[in-house]
Design a binder for this molecule. Sequence first.
Ligand SMILES: Nc1ncnc2c1ncn2[C@@H]1O[C@H](COP(=O)(O)OP(=O)(O)O)[C@@H](O)[C@H]1O
Ligand SMILES: [Mg+2]
Length: 217
Amino acid sequence: MIEGHFIVIEGIDGSGTTTQTRVLAERLSDKGLPVRTTREPSDGPIGVLIRQILTGRVVVPGLHGVHAPSWATMATLFASDRLDHLEAEIIPNLTDGVTVICDRYDYSSVAYQTVSSGGGDDVSTWVRELNRRARRPDLTLVLDVDPKVATSRRNTRSGSPELYEVDEMQVELAKFYAKIDELFPNDTIRHIDANCGVEEVTAAIWSEVMALRGESV
Ligand SMILES: Nc1ncnc2c1ncn2[C@@H]1O[C@H](COP(=O)(O)OP(=O)(O)O)[C@@H](O)[C@H]1O
Ligand SMILES: [Mg+2]
């Protein structure tokens, strides 16, 4: 059995990672390929806990005021979720020949924890080390978008903003993603201009995925 490809889609909030994960899966599926979409935080037990924290739903009785766990606590939770996600879902599917498309991966951990800590090299080195046992993707697509465009897209979504959805932080995250390749020199990372419409972004992603598969567009 030939293993499936492991494809990751990354970018700031509102860059379109969830939309493009879904659309890419539909297109691959239309070609008759076995494909599965997944996301981080995952839908496993640790991922569910992280989502509760991000949406502010974890309230400890007796605690005065609700405060989010520190960036270091979040980094360890994300790393635990990632290993569980790999063991329980990603690797079994790849082994079965299924292409797995993951909405966010450890690039998000490095970007969000480094930026939210206000830290620099120390933090990004530690977070990468925490994730050293995480399997590398075959292809990583980083959706580059102007933070203002991303903000206006986020504003069309329902619900309250999550923990990291603060405009100033998204500006820092966009800068971080622009040079993420330097931190992952052995990965295959492709930057996609995601300021345009969904179909144009999909077309750019599609040509990278076809190149990975050794097929012409
Ligand atoms: N290229 C695009 N052009 C315009 N709107 C988009 C584009 N990509 C996504 N959207 C819209 O922007 C919002 C955020 O997209 P989403 O895929 O949820 O972003 P992310 O998962 O990166 O936060 C959604 O309402 C989505 O329909
Ligand atoms: Mg999303």
